[in-house]
Ligand binder design. Structure first.
Ligand code: FEO
Length: 178
């Protein structure tokens, strides 16, 4: 039965596995952002909490996009099991440091899948993942700008609350006007 199902998909087993791992990573990213939203809300950083809630939704949308891509090609999309979510952070800044680190790891992982897809001439998946590569450029950019605020504004006095207020204002393309 498994062999019959395999005949129905143009995905190689290697790419199908890699895409399922990415589905898991996106689901993990969504849950990680939810944990960051919770931490920020509980520490009085409501704008950042809102930002992380939005990020959590975006990551879920990414997960679904890949999930559907696998199914559209006749593959087996596996509902992800998410665990090991970091719930505690040493500081407000540490939340954003972790967010940037997570995004860089996601970019590297998508790059690896694009590389593998090239190797097996799965250009459908190569083309499909182009959108994700651009999305990562934007997400890394925003995460980096958020972290820069800690140095630009400083954390003394009301600094952290000023940083918090600026977080939702960061949009991709800011640098073009500066
Ligand atoms: Fe979908 Fe930002 O990883």
């Amino acid at each position: 039965m498994k062999d019959l199902l395999r005949l129905k998909t143009s995905l190689t087993e290697e790419i199908e596995t890699a895409l399922n791992e990415q589905i898991k990573r996106e689901a993990h990213a969504s849950s990680a952002y939810l944990a960051m939203a919770s931490w920020c809300e509980q520490h009085g950083f409501e704008y950042s909490a809102g930002y992380f809630f939005k990020q959590a939704e975006e990551e879920r949308a990414h997960m679904l996009k890949i999930f559907k891509h696998v199914l559209d090609l006749g593959g087996n999309a596996v509902s992800p099991d998410v665990s090991m979510i970091q719930l505690e952070f040493d500081s407000f800044r540490a939340v954003f440091e972790q967010a940037l680190e997570n995004e860089i790891a996601v970019t590297q992982s998508i790059n690896r899948i694009v590389g593998k897809a090239h190797q097996v001439q799965d250009y459908t998946t190569v083309a499909f993942l182009q959108w994700f590569l651009q999305e990562q450029v934007e997400e890394e950019y925003v995460a980096r700008r958020a972290l820069e605020l800690f140095d630009v504004i400083g954390e003394e006095g009301v600094g952290q609350f000023m940083i918090d207020k600026q977080i939702p204002k960061i949009t991709y393309g800011d640098s073009a006007t500066e």
